[in-house]
Design a protein around this ligand. Structure first.
Ligand SMILES: [Mn+2]
Length: 304
């Protein structure tokens, strides 16, 4: 009897993650990915799946609109599994239309504390999916450059990275370390009060001043830095004479902060437009899940 085991095999997952890992290994993107305008830049999404769908309604669907996501897809929200699955499917289907950078939450350690691990166990009954996704996170690029002019990264700068070329030397196929340049790029924040690099209250990365940003832009012949990583009540924040922009794309963060969200739309002349939106009405259901399963998570540190 002939066996067509390949056809009979049914995956209980939404898509074959093993297959994706294999593809990712073959078609590895650079540590710093070159991206062309027009492109829409997206900040933290954090498992808020209904708001991700809202985002595409507001900003246009792929492949008609190109997207650059700055990381933090999982944790916090009630639908990390759906969010990262959907984004990976889009990456598989339209690899040239969407870029997914790594954020500080795309790690084995952080996801065990802030929700993604628990959600995988709840939805699949075992840690296999979490394991595969966190293996996959090691493949995500660290940064991107738009039109040779704009440097993009999840969080910020590092005292040990003067030139973007230095990022190309980072061995990124690993868990994000606790310290060093890789950690700094994933964890650091701007500082409007102090110059230079100072310690960060987050316990990882640094705070850096306007002088650091100006020097980095000058040394690398760039005009701006775009990043995510920090909640903005208006959905975005521009600092340092508009040279440093934070994009935040999780409206009503954690279903409680009542903040707006934005995506940053860039046309082919690099004109900027922050497209603002608020949370999707479907989130009422997410709030119920949140309250029933996490008791509202009142004791959480929301700013990691
Ligand atoms: Mn972050």
């Amino acid at each position: 009897m002939t066996s067509f085991s390949g056809f009979q095999r049914k995956s209980k997952y939404a898509f074959d993650i093993d297959k994706y890992l294999e593809l990712a290994a073959k078609a590895v993107e650079d540590n710093v990915k070159q991206v062309q305008s027009p492109v829409t830049v997206v900040g933290d999404v954090h498992g808020q799946f209904y708001d991700l769908i809202e985002l595409f309604r507001v900003g246009g669907e792929i492949p008609n609109t190109n997207y650059l996501f700055l990381g933090d897809y999982v944790d916090r929200g009630a639908f990390s599994v759906e969010t990262i699955t959907y984004l990976m499917l889009l990456k598989l289907r339209f690899p040239l239309r969407i870029t997914l950078l790594r954020g500080n939450h795309e790690t084995r350690q952080i996801t065990q504390v802030y929700g993604f691990y628990t959600e995988c166990i709840r939805k699949y009954g075992n840690p296999t999916v979490w394991q595969l996704f966190t293996d996959l996170f090691d493949y995500l690029p660290i940064g991107a450059i738009i039109d040779d002019r704009i440097f993009c990264v999840h969080a910020g700068l590092s005292p040990t990275i003067q030139h973007i070329g230095d990022i190309k030397d980072i061995k990124r196929f690993q868990e994000i370390p606790h310290e060093g340049p890789f950690a700094d790029l994933m964890w650091s924040d701007p500082d409007t009060d102090n110059s230079g690099f100072t310690l960060s209250a987050r316990g990882a990365g640094y705070m850096f001043g306007q002088d650091v940003v100006n020097r980095f832009l000058h040394e690398n012949n760039m005009s701006q830095i775009y990043r995510a990583h920090q909640l903005c009540m208006e959905g975005y924040q521009t600092l340092f004479d508009g040279k440093f922009c934070t994009v935040w794309s999780a409206p009503n963060y954690c279903y409680r902060f009542e903040n707006l969200a934005s995506i940053l739309e860039l046309d082919e002349k690099l004109n900027m437009y922050f497209n603002i939106y608020s949370d999707a009405p479907e989130n009422e259901r997410a709030k119920e899940i949140e309250n029933s399963q996490f008791g509202g998570r009142n004791d959480d540190n929301f700013f990691i």
